[in-house]
Ligand binder design. Structure first.
Ligand code: NAG
Length: 346
């Protein structure tokens, strides 16, 4: 028991050291995702200004949109830039030189490299785009090699954002294990992340867990509510699903021998309409807790004191998103720049 606890502390310290080595000066500051699948979205310069007005310094873009990158870079935002799935076949075959050419023409032509913090290569490929799975790690390696040749590898880290279904087991958190079918891709990816000092990126939506299984995932547990029945896991106690999910990822990383790789949550949020639990009140409660925990850098029970770099989804509602009605209502701000509910980022 003492040894296991000591190992957890060591893993947490190692995670911190990696985060610092990656040049991540302020992992505690919250970031916000800016999806643009909507018909009524404000201009990119207005979106970037809105983030700055609210004290936000980090943003995630899902693709290197030439119409968006310059405005976000000019606003001084630290950017996580998505490398679209459709580009992965080319990038896996291109070699480092082709990847460098792609980076220069698709990304750095629009945003100077010193504004780019992460390349998120592919989005949820293992969840919904198996076609691209064999290309994922080779593309990541080529992009990293390209960054090395450009002298940017210390500054720009290469990772890939996963759906939380990358876990086959997550309850209790200590039982966390990756989906066996994904291990042939994940194992070399984890080696790559460990070798290059990049975080494991995961998207997680306690709201959706609650919607899919309300009997077992109670609203209070999903929304950081008071009075959620705690989940006991050995010596650890979980009062919310966010911590439990992050720690299930940590346990899965440890199981594969990569307990020092930091976890970044590249999407989380709560919608304001489209389901009885999707209310402005619940969205305000959930996102306020996420912001507060990021600011305090509290970490999770398994990695106390190791901040979980987190990006909220989404800056605005996106009326062009497919799927359930709530998918179109994750916006924290309305198109006129007013808040969809009371929330502060300072
Ligand atoms: C990949 O990326 C570039 C730049 O973003 C884009 O113009 C191009 O069409 C993409 N390639 C493929 C094969 O889709």
């Amino acid at each position: 028991m003492a040894t296991a606890a000591a190992l957890h502390v060591l893993a947490a310290v190692a995670a911190l050291v990696v985060a610092v080595a990656a040049g991540d000066s302020d992992p505690g500051k919250i970031g916000i995702c800016h999806g643009r699948v909507g018909s009524n979205l404000p201009r990119p310069s207005a979106a970037a200004a809105l983030l700055r007005q609210n004290g936000i310094t980090k943003a995630r873009l899902f693709l290197p949109d030439p119409a968006v990158l310059p405005a976000f870079a000019a606003a001084g935002l630290d950017l996580t830039v998505g490398v679209p799935n459709e580009n992965l076949t080319f990038l896996s075959a291109s070699g480092p030189d082709g990847a460098a050419q792609w980076l220069r023409s698709a990304v750095f032509a629009y945003a100077p490299a010193d504004r780019v913090r992460y390349l998120a290569v592919g989005n949820e490929v293992l969840y919904n785009n198996q076609f691209y799975a064999p290309h994922l790690v080779p593309a990541m390696r080529n992009l990293h090699a390209a960054l090395v040749s450009l002298g940017l590898d210390a500054r720009v880290k290469v990772s890939s954002a996963h759906a939380s279904s990358v876990l086959a087991a997550s309850y209790p958190p200590s039982a966390g294990a990756f989906d066996a079918a994904s291990l042939p891709v994940l194992r070399p990816m984890l080696r790559f992340l460990a070798d290059t000092g990049a975080p494991f990126m995961v998207n997680t939506y306690p709201f959706i867990s609650h919607v899919n299984d309300p009997a077992n995932v109670q609203l209070a547990y999903a929304v950081f509510g008071d009075g959620a029945a705690p989940v006991r896991d050995g010596a650890m106690v979980y009062t919310n699903l966010f911590d439990a999910t992050v720690d299930a990822v940590v346990a899965a990383l440890e199981r594969e021998g990569f307990g020092a790789v930091p976890v970044a949550v590249t999407e989380t949020g709560w919608p304001t309409a489209g389901h009885p639990a999707a209310t402005p009140e619940n969205a305000a409660a959930y996102n306020a807790k996420i912001v507060e925990r990021a600011a305090r850098g509290v970490g999770t029970p398994r990695r106390p004191g190791a901040p979980v770099e987190t990006f909220l989804f989404d800056l605005y509602d996106e009326d062009g998103k497919p799927g359930a009605e709530f998918e179109r209502h994750f916006g924290i701000f309305k198109a006129d720049g007013s808040k969809a509910y009371d929330i502060n980022f300072a």
